[in-house]
Design a binder for this molecule. Sequence first.
Ligand code: 5GP
Length: 192
Amino acid sequence: MELLEKRIQEDGVVKEGNVLKVDSFLNHQIDIGLMNEIGKEFKRIFADTEVTKILTIEASGIAIAAIVAQYFDVPVVFAKKSQSINLDGSVYSTRIESFTHKRVYDVIVSRKYLSSEDKVLVVDDFLANGCAVDGLIDLINESGATLQGVGIIIEKGFQDGGKRLRERGIRVESLAIVDEMDHKTGRIVFRH
Ligand code: 5GP
């Protein structure tokens, strides 16, 4: 998506440790005009796909998924990071290792909000090693819902999450794929 790539080139900051900071339009301040274009683009890409729920993970995924969901006219469910694992059986749960925070979270979704009837589109801001998406897919599988695809705003193509998911036959659509980035020069190279 050209508009997005241009914005990443202009405002993205490459940090040490393979982290791309996009705080000025995605992860801290949010550019709503750009998010609307992203929502329209996901709707165009997944136009032939039935979707009943959009699933993401807190925190940064929520705002993005909420805007995207307007174009699909379906609810957003976000997996919550939980301090204590709930043992009363009212939730689906899994563990996710955070790339940016380098720690493991238990994440949950209430059984009330995901069922075997649902056709789910997973949406997230970044795809790196794929742990976050793997965890969301675990929750979908536990619920018996159908995974229809994964929509990612920025995929870091030099990390293997996208490759692994596609090798499993999962439809992954990323609006921008960064193949190379260098924190010393600030250079960012996109895949086309
Ligand atoms: P993964 O689980 O695929 O390794 O990492 C994806 C998650 O980590 C995303 O939900 C995102 O919040 C965070 N993340 C991974 N890489 C980056 C990055 O380069 N920049 C930012 N801002 N977040 C990232």
